[in-house]
Design a protein around this ligand. Structure first.
Ligand code: GDP
Length: 525
């Protein structure tokens, strides 16, 4: 098959949802329907830490959560689908944000009983940074929930995106027995629950057919009235609006019962965008280019802590990869033969043979690769748009054994390069301040410092409320600003200057006082 048809087959996406909405259950269903795993339960097993083999992973096991995200590949409807998992626990991490920079679309899962929840709002904000197209799956229709119309209204008003229902539930709660496919005017009635015996399902042509009356009895008229109302109040599906992130097609179903998922996936395979181009500093790189390029969006410490072995997750932006291919590590200005890259076929972690734009490579390394690194076939490219986010939580590191200060510094710089935490070193003292987006990141850092660097430390509260990356119009202003604000300026892990504000009022006043200085909420790596 040609390069262009291989690339055109790829669909790379992530699921965004609030914890408990059903992301794991749906993931499992998708893998099953793609034939990628033999039995249900694998994803759950991973969630509870079955693969935990290092001390650090021990943390996941103890808490029964997945701290790291991974990549799963499966086939559906002739498409090669890459599903990038985002951490499922209640905490919020930067990995999640950055994973969203590596996908071409997202699937939002909403619990019919809960509607739009807090995490969904945050994740949508991140998707907006790159106008990622979003499909919506309203889950748990087998339960008594809220009125579907009301939930769609909430999506529209809270998330500021238009809804186009693609399916509509035939009955809800105990009476949920099918979906009406608005997109092709077909009623799909489930044979039973769970819906694994699909051959027995019934498909009826036309909502207004006599067959519909025969199958649904008195409910047929009710369903017709409801749809008239729904279609009057919502939008029709429009591919262009979906691709520009202004409209989300909405599907209803039940992940655990395997109901309504075929409709979702069929339309996902049909409409979700193939690999998109990416902006680099010098030019826009198209996914149709033959020459290889890719960027690293995530680093995961590997199973063996004593070797500091890590996997760099690289999204291929253009071209083709095969085992042993020589790639240019642009930042280090060095060519590397990539012999041990893996891909992620569901539960197996295969040695990769070939991969194409849209796919994710897992490249083993010993710390030579950082988040944000670009790889090419020789061109001096640097992809942009992989963000560090302004942390919202801060702690001062207290070393238990002062003689381990050097090891601590080394460990923290490496962990910050990996994106596990952010480090801030104030200009006017020797503190090490850690910043995180989610509270659990501190636990992970403490755990890994001990396991991998033999450093024991504790964390103290520190009067820092937020950080902003500073950009000055000229050196003179920079000097003046630093002189007047020295006690509130720090260098991050990459030596960039940041303003660390003791509180939001202070930040606001400083911004007003220095109108020509930029205070950025993200730093591009
Ligand atoms: P996650 O935190 O988003 O990954 O959510 P999970 O997939 O772990 O699901 C959370 C809970 O909801 C679990 O107890 C699931 O069994 C349950 N669940 C998932 N899908 C459905 C569904 O369609 N109907 C019902 N009733 N429960 C569901």
């Amino acid at each position: 098959m040609s390069l262009s048809s291989e690339v055109a087959k790829r669909r790379t996406f992530a699921i965004i949802s609030h914890p408990d909405a059903g992301k794991t259950t749906l993931t499992e269903r998708l893998l099953l329907s793609g034939g990628a795993i033999q039995m249900a339960g694998n994803v759950k097993a991973r969630k509870s830490g079955r693969h935990a083999t290092s001390d650090w992973m021990e943390l996941e096991k103890q808490r029964g959560i997945s701290v790291t995200s991974s990549v799963m590949q499966f086939e559906y409807g002739g498409k090669m689908i890459n599903l990038l998992d985002t951490p499922g626990h209640a905490d919020f991490s930067e990995d999640t944000y950055r994973t969203l920079t590596a996908v071409d679309s997202a699937l939002m899962v909403i619990d019919i009983a809960k509607g739009v929840e807090e995490r969904t709002i945050k994740l949508m904000d991140v998707c907006r940074l790159r106008t990622t197209p979003i499909m919506t799956f309203v889950n748990k229709m087998d339960r008594e929930g809220r009125d579907p119309i009301e939930v769609m209204d909430e999506v529209e008003s809270v998330l500021d995106i238009l809804c186009a229902p693609m399916t509509w539930p035939v009955g809800t709660g105990k009476l949920f027995r099918g979906v009406y496919r608005i997109y092709d005017d077909t009623i799909h009635l489930f044979a039973g629950r769970p819906g694994n015996d699909k051959e027995k399902d019934t498909f009826i042509d036309g909502l207004h057919s006599a067959e519909a009356d025969a199958a649904l009895g008195g409910y047929a008229a009710e369903l017709r009235d409801e749809l008239e109302l729904v279609q009057g109040a919502s939008n029709e599906f429009d591919l262009e609006f979906y691709l520009s992130g202004e409209l989300t097609p909405v599907f209803f179903g039940s992940a655990i019962n395997n109901l309504g998922i075929d409709e979702l996936m069929e339309n996902f395979a049909r409409y979700a965008p193939p690999p998109q181009g990416r902006a680099a500093q010098t030019r826009e790189v198209s996914s149709a280019e033959e020459s290889f390029s890719g960027f690293v969006f995530k680093i995961q410490a590997n199973m063996d802590p004593s070797h500091h072995d890590r996997i760099a997750f690289m999204r291929i932006t253009s071209g083709h990869f095969e085992k042993g291919k020589k790639l240019r590590h642009v930042r280090l200005k060095r060519d590397m033969a990539i012999n041990n890259a893996s891909t992620f076929m569901a539960s197996r972690r295969d040695q990769i043979e070939e991969a194409y734009a849209g796919d994710i490579l897992g490249v083993h390394n010993h710390g030579t690769i950082q988040i944000g690194d670009t790889f090419t076939e020789g061109e001096e490219l640097k992809f942009t748009g992989i963000p560090n986010f302004a942390p919202e939580l801060f702690r001062r590191v207290r070393l238990r054994d002062p003689l381990r200060a050097k090891a601590l510094q080394k460990g923290l710089i490496q962990l910050s390069e990996e994106g596990a935490t952010q480090v801030f070193r104030p200009l006017n003292n020797n503190d090490m301040i850690l910043g995180a987006v989610g509270i659990l990141q501190f636990d992970v850092v403490a755990h890994r410092l001990k396991a991998e660097y033999n450093v024991e430390c504790a964390f103290d509260a520190v009067p820092v409320a937020t950080a902003r990356w500073l950009h000055f119009p000229d050196a003179k202003m920079e000097e003046e600003f630093l002189r007047k604000n020295e006690s509130n300026v720090a260098r991050d892990g990459a030596d960039s200057l940041t303003y660390v504000a003791p509180n939001m009022v202070n930040l606001q006043l400083t911004i007003e006082r220095w109108p020509d200085v930029e205070f950025r909420k993200t730093r591009e790596i």
